[in-house]
Design a binder for this molecule. Structure first.
Ligand SMILES: [Zn+2]
Length: 244
């Protein structure tokens, strides 16, 4: 019964699966501007194709089409969808991302934030490049260096991708909402064919707060900023302790 319902919605379910895959690509490439933008745009293209794919799937099933039509309209009229669908090149431009995306730098002790400062992570630079810039600033600036990691904490960098159309919302969350919205629509279609509800929880999704965060090596920071080899220091300390 289930596979039967699904086989009638092959085009639209396949597009929706594709959206799911692109969402993971957005997560994986979050700290690399170009790959992130490309995966984001691929996601958006696939998202916009789902309603049309569903219309195609339902072409020869006018009974189900009748039941789903209102829902299809509702999704198309939804604010999120209207914004995403407005232009073909919704986030292709750097410009939209430049305005609202921002970054922070700081330190983490285990899973806790120990220190955090606003730090401009340019939308065109990789997080690793921004981090190199931060280390260069630390070498020059004693106060900033003092705020950096100590023996118990590691360097951390946060960045977010936002567009003015969705103020203060990470694009990953916006993308997930769009995926859920379409999933609800497809789920209704599956049910109308006698199948079971679709699972819209996406347990394989990563928490966007964790995706925004990139941790760096404490050892490398001490070596390249303070000129201190922590391993060597620890070895000396143990040797000293062994003597007394
Ligand atoms: Zn997944």
């Amino acid at each position: 019964m289930k596979s039967c319902a699904h086989s009638k919605l092959q085009l639209s379910l396949d597009r929706w699966e594709e959206c799911h895959w692109y969402l993971h690509q957005m997560e994986t490439n979050y700290h690399e501007p170009e790959p992130f933008r490309y995966s984001c745009n691929s996601f958006l293209r696939a998202v916009k194709e789902v309603p049309q794919a569903l219309r195609n799937d339902l072409q020869r099933h006018s009974d189900v089409k009748g039941k789903i039509e209102i829902l299809l309209e509702t999704v198309s009229m939804n604010d999120l969808f209207r914004t995403l669908g407005k232009r073909r090149d919704f986030v292709v431009h750097h410009g939209a991302l430049n305005l609202s995306s921002h970054g922070r730098i700081g330190t983490m002790e285990g899973t806790k934030i120990k220190m955090v400062l606003p730090f401009r992570v340019h939308p065109w630079e990789r997080s690793d490049e921004a981090y190199e810039r931060y280390k260069a600033m630390c070498r020059e600036n004693e106060i900033l260096r003092g705020l950096g990691p100590d023996c118990d904490s590691v360097p951390a960098l946060w960045r977010t991708w936002m567009v003015p159309q969705f103020p203060n919302r990470d694009l990953l969350d916006v993308a997930f909402e769009a995926w859920v919205l379409l999933g609800g629509l497809l789920s209704s279609a599956v049910e109308a064919f006698g199948g079971e509800k679709l699972d819209l929880s996406m347990p394989c999704r990563h928490d966007s707060a964790r995706v925004q965060l990139k941790l760096y090596s404490q050892l490398e920071f001490f070596q390249s900023v303070h000129g201190i080899d922590l391993k060597e220091e620890e070895r000396k300390w143990r040797e000293q302790r062994g003597k007394t």
